[in-house]
Write a protein that binds this ligand. Structure first.
Ligand code: DMJ
Length: 932
C-alpha cells in the first residue's frame, strides 16, 4: 500500500505502482475487516454468499439466454415482446438508439462477463459467434462514446481475457488475436470523428462512411458532452499498447488535453457540453453525473492504467473542486462553473451513483459511504434508483433502465471496508431485480418506478456491468478463475490488464501540460495519502459514518436547498427571481431587458421568454439572465408537474401473465380517481360498437367487466357514459392511431367534455395502440384476460410464480406483449379530443441550460405562483420545515404497501384484500402528497 500512497503524491513512478494501488487497497480492507469484525451488520456465511452468487448466475443465464435465443444477432433484446431490437425496424427513441450499430451489441458487451462468471465454454462460443457474425461496416450512424465504451471496450475486454485463458492452456487455444484485429478495425473507423481543430471528437459517426461525406448523415454537429469527449483514453490507449499503433492513444490524449485547457480556471470545474470547434462551454452547469461522469473516472483510471502522473494531478485538481462545490454530503449537486457556490438544480441524476466507487479508488471513503447510504435509502423507497430525484428525495424522472452504477459502488465499498452491510445491500438489489424487473423473456427496464410499469428494453450494460459487479460482490477469490486485481474496470466494466502500463509506452508524457493547482492540503481530508480515513482501525468505521444518515431520506432536512438559499443570500442571486417575476411589472421588464431577456406575448395568452446573451448590458447581467432563465425553467416544469395527473398502471393478472406485465396508462380527468380509491380489477371485453360512441349493443358482454373502447369519433366522456350505462366497471381506451406507443409519444390525460362529468363513476385509462395490442393479443390467445387498473402495480403472488415457473407455458407467456417504452417522462398533453379550454401544456423540462437561446413559455397563471413553497421541505428562508411526522407515517405505511395479491385463479377473500388495500390507499395518498 505504501507504493500506492507515495505514488499518488508525486514521488518517482514505480513500474507497477498503479496495480499496487488497486490491489493493495482492496486487500488491506478485506484483511482488516474480516479478521476483527465484531459488531454491526452480521457477517454473511460462505454458504449464503455462494447461494447469492448462484442466484446471480441464474439471473445472468435468464438475461443472456433469452437474448441469444430470441434477439441475437440484433443489438438488444426487447424483453416484453421477446424479440430483437433492430434499429430502423422500431420507432426511433432518439439518442438512446445511437448505441445500436447492428453489431450484436449485447453479445460483444457480454464477452468478458462470461469469463468473470466462470462460463468459459460459453465465452469460447460467444467469441466464435462474434468473429463469424459481427459486421463493423454498417451504414449506420452511431455514438462515438457508446461505441467506444461498449463495443471497442467489449472487444478489448474479450481479447484481454482470451489471451489470459489461452496462456492458462485449456481454453481458447485456437485464438490468434482476432478480437484485437476487430478492435483495431473499429478504432480506425472511429478516428475520423477526431478531425476537428480542437481534437475533440464529433459525437456521432457513420460506421461505413465516416463523418463528412453526404451519405454519412453526420458531421454537422457542433457540441458534444464532456464525458463523450473525455471517455476514450482507456480503450484507445489499450488499443495502442496492445497493437503498437500509437495513433489511438495520441488522439484520446489530445482530446483530454483540450478539455483540461478549457476547464473553468477559477473553479477548476468543467461544464456538461462543449463546442467541439471553439471549445466554448455550451452548458455551464457541472456535476458528477450525466454528461461529465466518466471524464473524471477516466482521468483517475488513466493514471492507474498508464502510469502517467499528469492524469492524477488533473484528477486531483478536479476532485478538489468537486469536494469544495459539488459535494454536499450526502448529496452531490450540480453547480455553475463560473459561480460554483450557486446550485444549478435541485435534483440529482442516477448516473452519479458511480461516484462513491470512484471515491473508493481515490481512497476517500467517508463521503463515498455517505453518498452510497443516501442512494440506498432512495432505492429502498422506490425499489430502484429513479433516473433523477430531488434533494428531498422525490422522484423527478421516474424511469430506471436497470443501471449498474449503484451495484458498482456497492462492490467497491465492500472491497474497501469488508463491511457485510454491503452484501446485504447487494442481496436487496438482487431481490428487487427478480421481483420487479424480471419478466419471462429477460429483465425489463422500469418505465416508472412509482407505478412499477415496464419498458420493452434491456440495455447491453445490464449484462456488461450489473452481473459482473453483483457476482464479484459475493465471490471469494477462488470463485474466479483469474486474479481480478490484475485488471482495471473501464466505465462499462470491461477488463483491461494493468500490465499495459509498461507496454508500448512510447507516447506517454507527450502533450501533457504542467499547469496544476497547488492544493492546500490542510483544509481537506481527501488528501493523498489519507491516513485519517484510508486505514481506519475501527472495524465499525463504515457503520459509524452511516449511522447519522440512517433516516436521511425519510426524515432529514435536505441541505442542498439550504445551500441554494445561502448562495443567493451571499449575493449570487440574479437581481430578479423567477418566482417573483410579473409580466405586468415595468420594473421587472426593465431588469429583463438588462439581462438580455425579451418577452414575447403569444396569441394563446402565454408569454415566452427568450435570452440573447449578447443583448445583455454586461457579461454579469448576461449571467444573471442565464440564472433567471434556469430558475424559470425549473419553476415552470415544477408547476407543470403539479398540474399533471401521474400515470396509471394496467397490470395483466390472469394466467399466464400473473401480474408480470405492467403497461403504462394515461389517466382521465374524470371518473374514479385511482390514486384515491382502491384499484379496479376485472376481466376485459370489447365494446360494440368498438368506438363506444353510441349505446352499446353488447351490454351482456361488458356487464361487470372492464370495457375496451377504441379512441376517436366522440369525446372520451361520452365513451365512458356509454360503457357505464352498459354495466362496465371500468374502461380502457385504446389509441386508434396504429403503431402509436408510449415509446415515441408522451402520455396524456383524457380530458372531460367541458361539461359536468360527476356522473361518471367508473375509472377510465388510456393506452397507446402498441400497449393496447398487448391486451388484444392476449384476448385472442387466452380468451379470458383479467386486468388490474391502479396507480401502482401490485406484487405478484409467489405461489403463483412457482406454479408459473413449473408451467410449460412459462416461456411463451409474454411473447405477445408489445412495447411499452418511452424516453419521455412527461404526462402532460391534453388529448386533442378535449375541449378547447384545455390548452396544451408546454415542455419546458426538455429545455436545458444549453437551450438558453431558445425559449421558455409560461402561462399567465404560472407567472406569480411559487411551487417551491408548496413542495420543498425547506422554505424560502432556508429554514427546515417539520415534515418528520408526515414522513415517518409514510415510511411506516409503506412497509405494507405491497400486499401479496393473488393473480390468476387463486382468489383471496375480498375483505382481506380490502383491508390490505385500505392501508395502501392511505399510504398512496401520503405518497402522492410527497412525490407524485
Ligand atoms: C454505462 O454504459 C456506462 O457505465 C456509462 O459510463 C454510463 N452509464 C451506463 C450505464 O448506466
Amino acid at each position: 500500500m505504501s507504493g500506492a500512497g507515495s505514488r499518488g503524491c508525486g514521488s518517482p513512478v514505480p513500474q507497477r505502482a498503479p496495480w499496487s494501488l488497486v490491489a493493495a487497497t482492496a486487500a488491506f480492507y478485506l484483511v482488516s475487516a474480516t479478521s476483527v469484525w465484531t459488531a454491526g451488520a452480521e457477517p454473511m456465511s460462505r454458504e449464503e454468499k455462494q447461494k447469492l452468487g448462484n442466484q446471480v448466475l441464474e439471473m445472468f443465464d435468464h438475461a443472456y439466454g433469452n437474448y441469444m435465443e430470441h434477439a441475437y444477432p440484433a443489438d438488444e433484446l426487447m424483453p416484453l415482446t421477446c424479440r430483437g431490437r433492430v434499429r430502423g425496424q422500431e420507432p426511433s427513441r432518439g439518442d438512446v438508439d445511437d448505441a445500436l450499430g447492428k453489431f450484436s451489441l449485447t453479445l460483444i458487451d457480454s464477452l468478458d462477463t462470461l469469463v468473470v462468471l466462470n462460463k468459459t465454454k460459453e465465452f469460447e462460443d460467444a467469441v466464435r459467434k462474434v468473429l463469424r457474425d459481427v459486421n463493423l461496416d454498417n451504414d449506420v450512424v452511431v455514438s462515438v462514446f457508446e461505441t467506444n465504451i461498449r463495443v471497442l471496450g467489449g472487444l478489448l475486454g474479450g481479447h484481454s481475457l482470451a489471451i489470459m485463458l489461452k496462456e492458462k492452456g485449456e481454453y481458447m487455444q485456437w485464438y490468434n488475436d482476432e478480437l484485437l484485429q476487430m478492435a483495431k478495425q473499429l478504432g480506425y473507423k472511429l478516428l475520423p470523428a477526431f478531425n476537428t481543430t480542437s481534437g475533440l471528437p464529433y459525437p456521432r459517426i457513420n460506421l461505413k462512411f465516416g463523418i463528412r461525406k453526404p451519405e454519412a448523415r453526420t458531421g454537422t454537429e457542433t457540441d458534444t458532452c464532456t464525458a463523450c469527449a473525455g471517455t476514450l483514453i482507456l480503450e484507445f490507449a489499450a488499443l495502442s499498447r496492445f497493437t503498437g499503433a500509437t495513433i489511438f492513444e495520441e488522439y484520446a490524449r489530445k482530446a483530454l488535453d483540450f478539455l483540461w485547457e478549457k476547464r473553468q480556471r477559477s473553479s477548476n470545474l468543467v461544464g456538461v457540453t462543449i463546442n467541439i470547434h471553439t471549445g466554448d462551454w455550451v452548458r455551464k452547469d457541472s456535476g458528477v453525473g450525466a454528461g461529465i461522469d466518466s471524464y473524471y473516472e477516466y482521468l483517475l483510471k488513466a493514471y492507474v492504467l498508464l502510469g502517467d502522473d499528469s492524469f492524477l494531478e488533473r484528477f486531483n485538481t478536479h476532485y478538489d473542486a468537486i469536494m469544495r462545490y459539488i459535494s454536499q454530503p450526502p448529496l452531490l449537486l450540480d453547480v455553475h462553473i463560473h459561480k460554483p457556490m450557486l446550485n444549478a438544480r435541485t435534483w440529482m441524476d442516477a448516473l452519479l451513483a458511480f461516484f462513491p466507487g470512484l471515491q473508493v479508488l481515490k481512497g476517500d471513503i467517508r463521503p463515498a459511504i455517505e453518498t452510497h447510504e443516501m442512494l440506498y435509502q432512495v432505492i429502498k423507497k422506490h425499489n430502484f434508483l429513479p433516473e433523477a430525484f430531488t434533494t428531498d428525495f422525490r422522484v423527478h424522472w421516474a424511469q430506471h433502465p436497470l443501471r449498474p452504477e449503484f451495484a458498482e459502488s456497492t462492490y467497491f465499498l465492500y472491497k474497501a471496508t469488508g463491511d457485510p452491510y454491503y452484501l446485504e445491500v447487494g442481496k436487496t438489489l438482487i431481490e428487487n431485480l427478480n421481483k420487479y424487473a424480471r419478466v419471462p423473456c429477460g429483465f425489463a427496464a422500469m418505465k416508472d418506478v412509482r407505478t412499477g410499469s415496464h419498458e420493452d428494453r434491456m440495455d447491453s450494460f445490464f449484462l456488461a456491468e450489473m452481473f459482473k459487479y453483483l457476482y464479484l460482490l459475493f465471490a471469494d477469490k477462488e470463485d474466479i478463475i483469474f486474479d481480478i486485481e490484475d485488471y482495471i474496470f473501464t466505465t462499462e466494466a470491461h477488463l483491461l490488464p494493468l500490465w499495459l502500463s509498461t507496454t508500448n509506452q512510447s507516447i506517454s508524457k507527450k502533450n501533457t501540460t504542467s499547469e496544476y493547482t497547488e492544493l492546500d492540503d490542510s483544509n481537506f481530508d481527501w488528501t493523498c495519502p489519507n491516513t485519517q480515513i484510508l486505514f481506519p482501525n475501527d472495524p465499525l468505521y463504515a457503520q459509524s459514518i452511516r449511522e447519522p444518515l440512517k433516516n436521511v431520506v425519510d426524515k432529514s432536512c435536505p441541505r442542498g436547498i439550504i445551500r441554494v438559499e445561502e448562495s443567493f443570500r451571499s449575493g449570487a442571486k440574479p437581481p430578479l427571481r423567477a418566482r417573483d417575476f410579473m409580466a405586468t411589472n415595468p420594473e421587472h421588464l426593465e431588469i429583463l431587458k438588462k439581462m438580455g431577456v425579451s418577452l414575447i406575448h403569444l396569441k394563446d395568452g402565454r408569454v415566452q421568454l427568450v435570452q440573447h446573451a449578447i443583448q445583455a448590458a454586461s457579461s454579469i447581467d448576461a449571467e444573471d439572465g442565464l440564472r433567471f432563465m434556469q430558475e424559470m425553467i425549473e419553476l415552470s416544469s415544477q408547476q407543470q408537474k403539479e398540474q399533471q395527473l401521474p400515470p396509471r398502471a394496467v397490470q395483466i393478472v390472469s394466467h399466464p401473465f400473473f401480474g408480470r406485465v405492467v403497461l403504462t396508462a394515461g389517466p382521465a380527468q374524470f371518473g374514479l380517481d385511482l390514486s384515491k380509491h382502491k384499484e379496479t380489477r376485472g376481466f376485459v371485453a370489447s365494446s360494440k360498437p368498438y368506438n363506444g360512441c353510441s349505446e352499446l349493443t353488447n351490454p351482456e358482454a361488458v356487464m361487470g367487466k372492464i370495457a375496451l373502447i377504441q379512441r376517436g369519433q366522440c369525446m372520451f366522456a361520452e365513451k365512458a357514459r356509454n360503457i357505464q350505462n352498459a354495466g362496465a366497471i371500468g374502461g380502457i381506451v385504446i389509441d386508434d392511431n396504429e403503431g402509436s406507443s408510449s415509446d415515441t409519444a408522451p402520455l396524456f390525460q383524457m380530458a372531460g367534455d367541458g361539461k359536468d362529468t360527476d356522473d361518471i363513476k367508473i375509472p377510465m385509462l388510456f393506452l397507446f395502440s402498441k400497449e393496447g395490442s398487448i391486451i388484444l393479443d392476449a384476448i385472442r390467445e387466452y380468451e379470458e384476460v383479467e386486468v388490474l387498473l391502479s396507480d401502482k402495480a401490485k406484487d405478484r403472488d409467489p405461489e403463483m410464480e412457482n406454479e408459473e415457473q413449473s408451467s410449460p407455458e412459462n416461456d411463451s407467456q409474454n411473447q405477445s406483449a408489445e412495447q411499452v417504452s418511452s424516453s419521455s417522462q412527461e404526462v402532460d398533453l391534453v388529448d386533442q379530443e378535449s375541449s378547447e379550454e384545455n390548452s396544451l401544456n408546454s415542455h419546458p423540462e426538455s429545455l436545458s441550460s444549453a437551450d438558453m437561446d431558445k425559449a421558455v413559455s409560461i402561462s399567465p397563471s404560472e407567472q406569480t405562483s411559487n411551487p417551491t413553497e408548496n413542495h420543498e421541505t425547506t422554505n424560502l428562508n432556508g429554514e427546515c420545515t417539520d415534515l418528520d411526522n408526515q414522513l415517518q407515517e409514510q415510511s411506516e405505511t409503506e412497509e405494507d404497501s405491497s400486499p401479496n395479491v393473488s393473480w390468476g385463479k387463486k382468489v383471496r377473500p375480498i375483505d382481506s384484500i380490502l383491508a390490505d388495500w385500505n392501508e395502501d390507499i392511505e399510504a398512496f395518498e401520503m405518497m402522492e402528497k410527497d412525490e407524485l
